[in-house]
Each structure stands twice: as C-alpha cells, then as structure tokens.
Design a protein around this ligand. Structure first.
Ligand SMILES: Cc1cc2nc3c(=O)[nH]c(=O)nc-3n(C[C@H](O)[C@H](O)[C@H](O)COP(=O)(O)OP(=O)(O)OC[C@H]3O[C@@H](n4cnc5c(N)ncnc54)[C@H](O)[C@@H]3O)c2cc1C
Length: 400
C-alpha cells in the first residue's frame, strides 16, 4: 500500500520523543543509505529517507527483468575497492560472489583485451612480443610531452598516437561529445596500460558482487525501526510539511541552490536493454566499441551477476546531452563553477552535502561509501562534543 506524506507526519509524531525526524535524507543511493544506516544504528537518530525515483539504491539499483534476468537498469555496476574498511562495512549487509570484470575492445575487426596489455598488442599487430619488448615498443611510439594537461596528453605520452586513435579518441568523443584534447587529464588517467597479460579491468584488492544483488543489500541497510523510506517524492514536496532538524543532501548541488550561478554540466546516457533467447551473447562482461556504432559498449549481466538462466540480457549505452545527470564534465571552468556552489554549501551548516551529485565528482561506489562514512564520523564527533558541552553545563555548579 502506498503511504502518503500524512502517514509520515503521523510516524514522525509517533517516534519516541515525538519531535519529528532528526534527519531528512535526500536520496536513497549509496550516500543516503550509508548515512541513514549509521545515523539510525549507531546514534539512534530518527531518519526519513526520500527519493524521487520509485526505488531505493540510486544508480546501483538492480532488478529482475520480465524474462527473470537480474539487470542493472542504470548500466553495469561492478564493485571493486582497495579499502578494507569499505568492504568490511558493506559485508554487514551482504554476502559476496567473487567477480573480476573483463573487457574486450572491438578494434580493426578484432576483439582484444582492454586495458591494453601484452596480448592486445600481439593480437592487433600479429606479433609475439615479450613483456620487455612491449615496454620498448610503447617507449618507441610514445610522444614526448613537457606537460600533461589533457586526456589526449596522458595517452599519447604513454602509448603513442596510433593506439590512442584506435582505442581512446573515438570512445572519448562519443562519451563526452568532446575531443580528449579538450578534457581534463583525469578522464583517461583512470585507464592503465599493462605490459603483462593481466586482463582484469580492475586491479583492486577486493573485487566482488553482492551475492543477492545491490537492491537486497540496500534493503538490509535501511531495515531499521528508526528509518522510514518515502519513494516517488521530490524532497521539495515535503520539506515544508515534515518536521526535521538536519538534512543530508545527496542530489545535484546546483539544483539545491536553484541553479543560482548556472547549471553544472553533466553528460547523460540512454540505456537500451535487450533480452535475447539464448544462453550467452558475448564472451566477457563488457565489449567496448570505440570506433563503430553510436553506443560505447555492450554489457551482458549474467557474466557480472553469475546468474544461470536460459536467456540473457544485455545493455547498450548511448551517451547523450540530455537526461539524468551521470558524469560531471571534468573541465576547469566547471570545477570553478562547482567551487561557488561549494562555498554556499559551507555556509549552510544544517545540511550535509555528500555523494557524487552533491560534490560534483565522478566517484565509484566504494569512494561514495568511504566519503559517506567519513561524513558520518564528523557528524558523530560534532554530536558527541555538543552532548559533552551540554552535560558539562548541566552538571557544573550553578551560582546561587
Ligand atoms: C553508467 C554508470 C556505470 C557505473 N558503474 C560503476 C561501476 O562499475 N563501479 C562503481 O564503483 N561505480 C560505478 N558507477 C558510479 C556509481 O553509480 C556511483 O558511485 C553511485 O551510484 C553514487 O551513489 P550516490 O548515492 O552518490 O548517488 P546516486 O546513486 O545517484 O543517488 C542519488 C539519489 O538521489 C536522488 N535524488 C536526487 N535529487 C533528488 C530530489 N530532489 N529529491 C529526492 N531524491 C533525489 C536520486 O533519485 C538518486 O536516487 C557508475 C555510474 C554510472 C552512471
């Protein structure tokens, strides 16, 4: 049964103490759910989580499609981290299935490992180089750059222009509608080049998928009597009618301030999901198409989730300008615009801004969990300090 705002007002009044919610949390993705869980479980705070979407989990939400295949509606989400703290924390809410993501790139009519490694070069050029020789090969084709400023500089200074054109230029232009020479170095710096045969996409210490999916994990995080969840609701619809004291905001920071300095640019994606009535579609989780087609990649979920099923579901990602905000565009002028909003956020002490949209950063899931746990520790410290001060005032001798 759908609950309306009146039900939540009643809940708030019925909470122990009856003083409403301690926290209004905007967004039920990783940032909002980690904060809700910590505030309720560790501090006994009363929390209302609102999300304008019809589900919890934010972009990491997963669900079974009509054929019964577990899919990620917002594109493939692969969990990987070097942080033991983050992994241990999430392990309270899920068991894991070990999974190492592998990606092939379709280049010159062949499927070759991505990130570029020894096998990529040997297959592409019909060679049989050793690790040592491929290192020399990269050195011989690399272009000398005095300063690494753009995404193009990062790649051509490591592996030369030909490989840059085959693997990076087209992909980046599709993804961002900008040439790599116009983009901050951080975009392509994320992708390594290897001289060995390691074909794992990520090299992190922990690489695993939630055994029963992300949504189940979020359900367990939010399963606490002090946490109420309200879906299909923009926080603006209820912020005036709900009693709350502080806010955790995980939506876009520019929207919070009514875009008063202008819109922060984002790149979006259109996802085309298809179910195919055969057991397997491709050999690995993701195949990149840097040079052909309007989409950038095709991902097949069963590789990622480990599900056994007679059918399979894939998603094609078409980058676009309009739509949900997915990727902050990393250019200096955008960082400068974000700084203006960040200054506003710092002057709004009753609201904590956390998560990828509220801090205008491309963050992986583990980074958002780490950022949210750190934000929680700060809240807890401030809360403890405040309680210590008020109890000191109460217990100190009062003048007659
Ligand atoms: C295509 C794609 C693939 C990705 N793949 C990976 C991957 O493989 N591995 C990885 O680690 N990371 C991946 N990520 C990144 C990952 O999605 C993010 O790190 C993570 O989802 C961030 O969590 P969040 O809580 O900050 O934001 P979100 O998940 O976006 O949650 C924010 C929530 O706030 C809600 N909201 C916004 N405004 C309002 C409002 N006004 N009122 C109410 N609710 C509101 C939104 O509906 C949303 O649900 C990927 C991202 C994309 C776009």
């Amino acid at each position: 049964m759908d609950r309306n705002s009146q039900d939540y007002v009643r809940d708030a009044a019925a909470t122990p103490g009856g003083g409403g919610f301690d926290y209004l949390i905007v967004g039920a993705g990783f940032a909002g759910s980690v904060l809700a869980e910590r505030l309720a479980n560790d501090m006994g705070q009363r929390v209302l989580v609102v999300d304008k979407r019809p589900h919890i989990g934010g972009n990491a939400y997963d669900r079974y499609d009509d054929a019964g295949v577990l899919i990620h509606p917002y594109g493939p989400h692969i969990f990987h981290t070097n942080s033991e703290d983050v992994f241990d924390y999430l392990s309270r809410f899920t068991q894991w299935r070990p999974y190492q993501h592998r990606v092939l790139a379709s280049v010159d009519g062949q499927l070759v490992p991505m990130p570029i490694n020894l096998d990529t070069i040997n297959k592409l050029y019909g060679l049989s180089l050793t690790s040592f020789e491929v290192e020399k090969f990269f050195e011989s084709v690399a272009e000398k750059k005095d300063e690494i400023k753009t995404s193009e500089d990062v790649v051509v200074s490591k592996i030369g222009r030909e490989l840059y054109n085959k693997f990076f230029r087209g992909y980046t232009r599709k993804q961002w509608a900008l040439d790599p020479s116009e983009l901050d170095s951080s975009v392509t710096a994320r992708v390594p080049t290897r001289t060995n045969r390691d074909d794992r996409y990520f090299a992190d210490k922990f690489q695993a998928m939630p055994l029963h999916g992300y949504t189940r994990m979020f359900e367990r995080m939010l399963d606490h009597p002090n946490i109420k969840v309200m879906l299909n609701t923009d926080y603006r619809e209820i912020e005036e009618i709900m009693p709350w004291r502080r806010m955790v905001y995980t939506g876009p920071i520019d929207a919070f301030f009514d875009h008063k300095y202008g819109k922060l640019p984002y790149r979006s994606l259109r996802f085309e999901h298809t179910t195919i009535h055969q057991e397997k579609f491709q050999d690995v989780g993701t195949v990149n198409y840097p040079n052909d087609y309007a989409y950038t990649r095709i991902s097949e979920f069963k590789h990622i989730t480990g599900q056994t099923h007679a059918s399979t579901s894939v998603v094609r990602e078409y980058p676009c300008a309009e739509g949900d905000p997915y990727y902050p565009v990393p250019r200096p002028e955008n960082a400068a615009l974000y700084k203006r909003y960040e200054a506003e956020a710092e002057a709004t002490p009753h609201v904590v801004f956390v998560g990828r949209l509220a801090t205008y950063r491309y963050y992986n899931m583990d980074q958002v969990v780490g950022q949210s746990l750190a934000a929680y520790r700060k809240l807890r410290t401030a809360h403890d300090a405040q309680s210590a001060t008020s109890s000191a005032v109460l217990t100190s001798p009062q003048p007659l």
